[in-house]
Design a protein around this ligand. Structure first.
Ligand code: PLP
Length: 388
């Protein structure tokens, strides 16, 4: 197939697929072999070298979706995050992180970096000034996450690229919340794009995987460390992920649309204090999101009016599941104060605007009317209770 200017649904469906030359089947055959010939072959293949036929097939799809030359897939999002960071950071180097980070990434930094002699700073906010303040002579990497979890704050991708390039700093983004359907950071000069494929790429809450997309040169560097750390993904899961990604654009666009409707409905609800969704003009970063995103994702957060019981609210939901993780086709909800941000002190949570009444909603593909009916039932439960 001609591979120029294909639409995302076509890339999702076809790019990279392994041709079934033996039986002419319509999809990529699954190659489970962990042992391949080494004589008279072009490539020496081995699952931990990230180069089995199914691994290579999926990487082509991910690279093209992210508008990058190359990609690697990993056994988890954290394997992708940790391998990418360690590939570019050496003893004595410094790295800049944003104010808010995925909990696992935060733990990795504060628990492991000291033993490698890697220095780090967190920017105080999301502006150019906040990042400039913490860049040092020895800064080698700027790492960002946008939209952020759970308040969906947006970092200006172009600004970060412009800060980094003249200083020879490598830029990395955790693009999990947006997915490549809603945001392609390579367009704005970001070097390395990381995903927890457990989320929108997998999309059915049944796969744990990670991905990194970048230039050939950067991927080679990451691969050199990756084969030593050994965080590759089993071919069966790779093959399932290829299957899942065929419908990624359909799913994500449906989730964007549902989230917009739900956000608008929640914003008008008398029991809701505030809704955090970048599609809303009330969101502090709406204009920036509009500039750099193609869609606003299926992730949103909302805060119940003070004194309302968030726990009872979630327990009263019948269809929307209370659940960790996110981005599946089914809607899920969680309390950041009790999960991702539970290790912070009450004071730190307050500083970050993470109240006990804040709920993070991963909007699925169910009909919005059914989600709204479920939410309204839970609102009635908590308002009855607080009237007693
Ligand atoms: C889930 C997640 C990760 C980690 O991915 P795993 O697949 O759980 O290892 C990293 N970043 C973000 C934003 C995530 O949501």
């Amino acid at each position: 197939m001609k591979q120029k200017n294909l639409g995302v649904n076509t890339i999702c469906t076809h790019i990279g697929e392994v041709e079934d030359t033996q039986f002419k089947g319509a999809i990529s055959p699954l190659f489970m072999s962990s042992s391949y010939a080494y004589e008279d072959v072009d490539v020496k293949r081995y699952p931990r070298y990230f180069n089995t036929p199914n691994q290579e097939a999926l990487c082509k799809k991910i690279a093209m979706l992210e508008k990058c030359e190359s990609a690697l897939i990993f056994g988890s999002g954290m394997a992708a995050v940790s391998t990418a960071l360690l590939a570019f950071l050496h003893k004595g180097d410094h790295v800049v992180f944003p104010q808010t980070l995925y909990g696992g990434t935060y733990n990795f930094i504060v628990e492991e970096f000291e033993k490698f002699g890697i220095e780090y700073s967190f920017a105080k906010g999301f502006s150019e000034k906040d990042f400039l303040e913490v860049i040092q002579e020895n800064t080698k990497v700027i790492y960002i996450e946008t939209p952020s979890n759970p308040l969906m704050r947006i970092t200006d991708l172009e600004m970060i690229g412009d800060l980094a390039k003249p200083r020879g700093i490598v830029t990395m983004i955790d693009n999990t919340f947006a997915s490549p359907i809603n945001q392609t950071p390579a367009d704005f000069g970001i070097d390395i794009i990381i995903h927890s494929a457990t989320k929108y790429m997998g999309g059915h809450s049944d796969i744990c995987a990670g991905a990194v997309a970048a230039s050939e040169k950067h991927i080679d560097k990451i691969w050199n460390l990756a084969k030593n750390l050994g965080g590759s993904l089993s071919d069966y899961t790779v093959w399932l992920l290829e299957r899942s990604m065929k419908t990624m654009a359909l799913r994500v666009r449906a989730q964007n649309k549902n989230a917009k409707k739900i956000a608008r409905w929640l914003e008008k609800h008398p029991l809701v204090e505030r809704v955090y969704y970048p599609r809303l003009s009330s969101h502090p970063d709406h204009e920036l999101a509009k500039k750099q995103m193609k869609g606003y994702t299926g992730m949103l957060s909302f805060e119940l009016k003070e004194k309302l019981d968030a726990n009872l609210f979630m327990k009263s939901l019948k269809m929307i599941k209370q659940s960790m993780s996110l981005a599946g086709v089914e809607s899920t909800i969680l309390s950041p104060a009790k999960t991702s941000h539970s290790l912070l002190s009450a004071e730190e949570r307050k500083n970050q605007n993470i109240s006990d009444g804040l709920l993070r909603f991963s909007v699925g593909i169910e009909e919005t009317e059914d989600m709204i009916a479920d939410l309204e039932g839970a609102f009635q439960q908590i308002s009855n209770k607080s009237l007693v």
